[in-house]
Design a protein around this ligand. Structure first.
Ligand code: SAH
Ligand code: MG
Length: 196
């Protein structure tokens, strides 16, 4: 089976099981970015079933990815998928809560795509692993349009809580004097952060 067909099976599985993998335009942006910036070492927080990790690894055969997932069922599914694509040598899958991981790798890119309310924690925890000229990319900055809505319009208290945390993260990024950030309205909203 070719790459495309295997990817389509994963996408179909994600749709059926309601697993929030990256949207097509988001993944297109991310993989182009990796190619353009010649990124080789990536840390991903939030593997789900391995879709974005496999897509990123596919950009170039000398790319290596470490990816962390805390949900066991998803971790096991990701393990299967990585094998199916014969990428075990290039994708290191870690089953744990990312905030429990003490990693001493150095990365050109840290891709944050996990619990939306924890982005500041992920950023602070893994900042030390970012290479001097590296990037931090964060997904779901728009949270399905909720971040742009007035808070009164959002009925769910739970969703309002997450929106507040995403806004806190935007504030944190914009006021971080060591980094500059651009937020793109692509996919579910993607923030690209680099050192000043
Ligand atoms: N990057 C994937 C989608 C990830 S969905 C893709 O586009 O293909 C977000 C995942 O993050 C979920 O599977 C969730 O279980 C995981 N997650 C959330 N918080 C986490 C944490 N603190 N540590 C590790 N994984 C986490
Ligand atoms: Mg996401």
């Amino acid at each position: 089976m070719d790459f495309e067909s295997k990817i389509n099976i994963m996408k179909e599985y994600a749709r059926e099981e309601n697993i929030p993998i990256m949207q097509d335009d988001g993944i297109e942006f991310l993989t182009s970015f990796i190619e353009k910036k010649n990124i080789k070492n990536i840390l991903e927080i939030g593997t789900a079933i391995g879709y974005s990790a496999i897509m990123m690894a596919h950009v170039n055969s000398d790319i290596h990815i470490t990816t962390i997932e805390r949900d066991e069922a998803r971790y096991l599914e990701a393990l299967k998928n990585i094998k199916k694509f014969h990428m075990e040598e290039r994708i290191t899958l870690v089953f744990n809560d990312a905030l429990n991981i003490e990693d001493n790798g150095e990365y050109d890119l840290i891709f944050i795509d996990a619990a939306k309310g924890k982005n500041i924690d992920f950023f602070n925890h893994f900042e030390k692993n970012l290479k001097e000229n590296g990037y931090i990319i964060t997904d779901n900055m728009g949270f399905h349009g909720y971040v742009e809505m007035n808070e009164e319009e959002i009925e769910s208290k739970n969703i309002r809580g997450i929106v507040r945390k995403i806004k806190d993260y935007i504030y944190f990024l914009e006021n971080n004097m060591q980094y500059k950030t651009i937020i793109y309205k692509i996919g579910d909203g993607i923030a690209v952060t680099e050192r000043r």
